[in-house]
Design a protein around this ligand. Structure first.
Ligand SMILES: [Zn+2]
Length: 577
């Protein structure tokens, strides 16, 4: 590993400078150029909105950005593509999500409630399961699995039972995995497979729900009762996973992303992704963050952090996790929670993953190896640990190492200043405002809860920021992310600190230029600018020109990666789309 890293350090300036020049330039075999015009082309170049009349693409690169007349006279043979009044932006850059986790879910039914999914009641669950069975031709006796199941979001406000699942799928094994991943509901065939029946005793620390007035299991198993089921649950084999790669790429592409992240990658997953890339399965760029815990395995697994894409895949850096999640009350806070801990602990502050000294030593090891370090920090005490570690390696912003803090949700004003000095670039997670903002207010108090993901303060302090979905924790939907960063409204309609609301343009920067910077790719993507990759998304409304609440309703019409259309909406209604 070290050999690759030291080469990487030497070559870094060269690599960055050469990004965008690697296309072969053989005039005889050149593809025809394409000239885009006829809509709002938002370049994202600069800190104020700028529009171009025309963009010319050839061989995956942007050749020209400017006036239509000039483009027409310079590129007479270009194929013209009329945007028909629609809006073109650089392709969205996902600054933190979990590609590998999504691979395991595409063959399952999405049972999430709005807006993550569409399931509102038991009937919707039944329909989603039957639809999955039909669309995937799942034979009797095989598994039909759903994810994102949350009974508290359903109209019935209770767990669905095995009988209600048997109604629609009596001959399949059915499992609905709870949104927490700590439990599931099984139908009769699945309970039989798990060996759970009226005689099964409830294990300590676990729950086996029973039918009313009997010992007959009702379907739901939780905590220690679920663990053996979880362990025994069938996992997709490599062929099945390989077939899922295109489905997951498509999910990103239909949301307008031309760059995705695998935000915590185990070594076996990295090896699999390399294989998938080699087989040409990646139509978009995928940046991989290797999970710190397996650092000793990397050298033998050809994990090379060379910042170069190979078949759209690159190993970006290393990911350290220093705390948990605020909704699980495992985010590590400097002041105690107002409510008890997850297991009823009084005077609860959450917990760090490791001690400050352990964290600092691990961080220093990666830092000294020349790696780009990404650190999951949710609570402010975890951010304090990151600041401490950065100070101990004498990090400075002008070293341009671009250490990225992931989530950074409970961030104090004094920490933002330190981040600027040390050169930490945060990726925030404003979807939390909507999903768990009410819980955070209850658990952390109005003041701390309200200041979650303080993106405006960070921008004002000169930090380059991005914003992410943490998919599959929240939807990939970039327009929902824009909306949460611009309104900071909770599920109940509470408005969190409105001084931190972003403008539409800032919100877009956090999905384009911000992520490109964090990936050391600002000279390659994130803007519509001459010399950069022709990565575009065409959408049906301009978020800079419509009411904020309508931004959620914007649709992706087409996604273009290096000049190639990788997703196009299926409809004949909208101006050629
Ligand atoms: Zn994550």
């Amino acid at each position: 590993m070290r050999r690759h890293i030291s080469i990487f350090i030497l070559l870094l300036p060269l690599l960055i400078a050469s990004c965008g020049k690697d296309q072969k330039n053989n005039p005889e075999k050149q593809e025809p150029a394409t000239l885009y015009f006829g809509g709002d082309i938002v370049t994202m170049d600069g800190n104020e909105p700028q529009y171009a009349e025309a963009v010319v693409e050839q061989e995956g690169k942007i050749l020209f950005v400017g006036k239509l007349k000039e483009a027409e006279s310079q590129f007479k043979d270009a194929q013209k593509k009329d945007l028909n009044g629609n809006t073109m932006l650089p392709g969205f850059i996902d600054s933190h999500s979990h590609f590998s986790i999504a691979l395991g879910l595409v063959n399952q039914a999405n049972l999430s409630s709005p807006p993550m999914g569409e399931v509102k009641n038991f009937n919707d669950i039944q329909n989603a399961l039957v639809e999955l069975k039909n669309s995937r031709n799942i034979a009797e006796g095989e598994w039909v699995i759903g994810w994102g199941y949350d009974p508290f979001q359903l109209e019935e406000n209770r767990d669905i039972t095995k009988a209600e699942l048997d109604e629609v799928l009596p001959n399949h094994k059915v499992m609905l995995v709870h949104i927490s991943n700590h439990g599931a509901v099984l139908n009769s065939k699945a309970l039989e497979w798990a060996g759970i029946n009226a005689k099964t005793e409830q294990p300590a620390g676990g729950v086996i729900a029973r039918m009313e007035g009997s010992m007959e299991p009702a379907g739901m198993v939780f905590e220690t009762a679920y663990l053996p089921v979880k362990a025994k649950k069938p996992k997709p084999n490599e062929t099945e996973l390989m077939n899922s790669v295109e489905d997951v790429v498509r999910q990103y592409a239909e949301n307008g992303y031309t760059h995705a992240q695998d935000g915590a990658t185990f070594t076996h997953e990295a090896i699999f992704l390399k294989k998938a890339a080699k087989e040409g399965k990646l139509d978009i760029d995928l940046a991989v963050l290797m999970l710190f815990a397996e650092k000793d395995k990397w050298a033998n697994s050809e994990i090379t952090f060379d910042q170069e894409y190979s078949n759209h895949l690159k190993f970006q850096g290393v990911k350290i996790v220093q705390d948990g999640s605020p909704q699980g009350k495992t985010a590590y806070m400097s002041e105690e929670y107002l409510t008890d801990g997850p297991a009823g602990e009084p005077d609860w502050f959450g917990e760090p993953t490791m001690t400050r000294d352990e964290f600092t030593s691990l961080f220093s090891e990666f830092w000294n190896s020349g790696l780009q370090v990404f650190v999951h920090v949710n609570g402010d005490a975890a951010s304090d640990d990151l600041i401490y570690a950065m100070e101990s390696v004498e990090a400075k912003a002008d070293q341009d190492r671009r250490t990225v803090s992931i989530h950074t949700q409970f961030h104090r004003k004094d920490q933002i200043e330190k981040f600027a000095k040390l050169g930490i670039s945060p990726t925030y997670f404003t979807n939390h405002c909507f999903y768990w903002g009410d819980d955070h207010t209850a658990n952390q108090g109005a003041k701390r809860g309200s200041f979650i993901s303080p993106m405006k303060s960070a921008i004002n302090a000169g930090l380059v920021v991005s914003n992410h979905s943490d998919f599959n924790v929240t939807p990939l939907d970039p327009f929902f992310i824009l909306w949460t960063s611009m309104t900071r409204e909770t599920r109940s309609g509470l408005k969190l600190d409105q001084n931190e609301n972003l403008s539409a343009y800032e919100a877009l920067q956090a999905l384009t230029t911000g992520g490109a910077y964090q990936m050391f790719e600002e000279n390659r993507k994130g803007m519509i600018k001459q010399g950069l990759l022709a990565d575009f998304v065409i959408i049906d409304q301009n978020p800079l020109k419509i009411e904020t609440d309508l931004i959620k309703e914007i649709n992706v019409l087409e996604t273009i990666k290096e000049g190639q259309s990788i997703y196009k909406i299926k409809t004949n209604t909208n101006n050629g789309y």
